[in-house]
Design a binder for this molecule. Structure first.
Ligand SMILES: *[C@@H]1O[C@H](CO)[C@@H](O)[C@H](O)[C@H]1NC(C)=O
Ligand SMILES: *[C@@H]1O[C@H](CO)[C@@H](O)[C@H](O)[C@H]1NC(C)=O
Ligand SMILES: *[C@@H]1O[C@H](CO)[C@@H](O)[C@H](O)[C@H]1NC(C)=O
Ligand SMILES: *[C@@H]1O[C@H](CO)[C@@H](O)[C@H](O)[C@H]1NC(C)=O
Ligand SMILES: *[C@@H]1O[C@H](CO)[C@@H](O)[C@H](O)[C@H]1NC(C)=O
Ligand SMILES: *[C@@H]1O[C@H](CO)[C@@H](O)[C@H](O)[C@H]1NC(C)=O
Length: 282
């Protein structure tokens, strides 16, 4: 009964709020980010748990991995959305593609799957996808100056290093923990998550600072200004380094992935959609 009343209330509010000026179809939906209204623009839909978003600043493509198995089965594929196309395309070259990292300075995107890492140049639309590492199952990846990856099932952090003519994965001993996510922000502080939660390692130290907050995080993403953002239980978080607290800047139910477009607008995914948030009224 209560639900019905709430539902009807929502209907009324939606109808009276919708100022469908031109086509009469647009719904005014939005989310508050740092107390400012942001319009929700759906850019991908009908996807099964799109995850690991990466925004290509050159072509405005959005890469993501998504589930292609049954709900209880972990089978993934990498897809991408081209600017202005709501229908996604599939990257078939990457076996069980799950992890994605992007280097927007050099226009290179990396894909990680169950049999290694692949690389593609973004400057041309049909450039080849080249395998650069074999015999590793990739859990997550991050790019800053170098490619970092977390191997599965060890959950150890590696840096993909060029040594003379060889490329070798170098285990990062500074992080001895079994981790889920890793990133380096604009202050060169390192962040990681493990089963206990979120930690920061200040530049040139090895002290771990723990952030009280959600236990499970689905992404750490650095915005275009070097500020780390965390997608956690039903929200987007940032850290306050002055008193080492976590601040929720937006409430987003069941958020999965996070990314930032060229104008530093937030792009996120929930279990079925990929959405861009624009600081506008609608
Ligand atoms: C709808 O738009 C009209 C004209 O732009 C404006 O006067 C009115 O206040 C708007 N209504 C709502 C509910 O936003
Ligand atoms: C790639 O294709 C998209 C969509 O077809 C187009 O907008 C873009 O300009 C192309 N990029 C390059 C580098 O050719
Ligand atoms: C690197 O590759 C070049 C050209 O293939 C070769 O001449 C050189 O000896 C290699 N260097 C090492 C250290 O293997
Ligand atoms: C990080 O630490 C290194 C070594 O102490 C220092 O050279 C560098 O300037 C620091 N980076 C930042 C962004 O503070
Ligand atoms: C996560 O890392 C912290 C910091 O090193 C450590 O204290 C904690 O035990 C780790 N959690 C698990 C479950 O290993
Ligand atoms: C930390 O600082 C922020 C603003 O600087 C403040 O809003 C917040 O309440 C502080 N948190 C604690 C636990 O002191």
């Amino acid at each position: 009964m209560k639900n019905i009343i709430i539902l009807c209330f929502v209907c009324l509010v939606t109808i009276s709020d919708t100022n469908s000026s031109s086509d009469g179809k647009e719904k005014c939906e939005g989310i508050y980010v740092r107390d400012k209204f942001h319009k929700k623009v759906v850019i991908g839909m009908g996807l099964n748990r799109p995850y690991q978003l990466a925004y290509d600043h050159h072509n405005h493509k959005i890469f993501f991995s998504y589930n292609i198995g049954k709900d209880d089965e972990d089978s993934f594929q990498i897809g991408f959305l081209e600017k202005g196309h709501i229908k996604h395309k599939v990257l078939k070259e990457v076996e069980n593609g799950f992890a994605i990292a992007i280097n927007n300075n050099d226009n290179v995107v990396y894909f990680g799957g169950s049999d290694g890492i692949y690389k593609q140049h973004l400057k041309s639309n049909d450039s080849v996808i080249e395998k650069i590492l074999s015999h590793q199952n990739i859990w997550d990846m991050f790019f800053k100056h170098h490619l970092y990856f977390i191997a599965y099932p060890s959950q150890k952090l590696y840096k993909y290093e060029h040594r003379q003519n060889k490329t070798i994965p170098e285990h990062q001993k500074i992080i001895h923990e079994k981790i889920f996510q890793f990133a380096i922000d604009g202050d060169e502080d390192k962040f990681f998550t493990n089963e206990t939660g979120l930690y920061r390692i200040k530049n040139s130290t090895d002290h771990r600072i723990f952030y009280e907050g959600p236990k499970v995080y689905r992404a750490i993403e650095i915005d275009n200004k070097g500020v780390p953002h965390f997608s956690g239980q039903n929200g987007i978080f940032v850290v306050n380094k002055k008193n080492d607290t976590l601040e929720k800047i937006a409430h987003v139910k069941n958020i999965f992935g996070l990314a930032f477009d060229n104008d530093n607008n937030i792009v996120y995914s929930d279990p079925h959609e990929i959405v861009k948030l624009l600081p506008e009224d609608c």
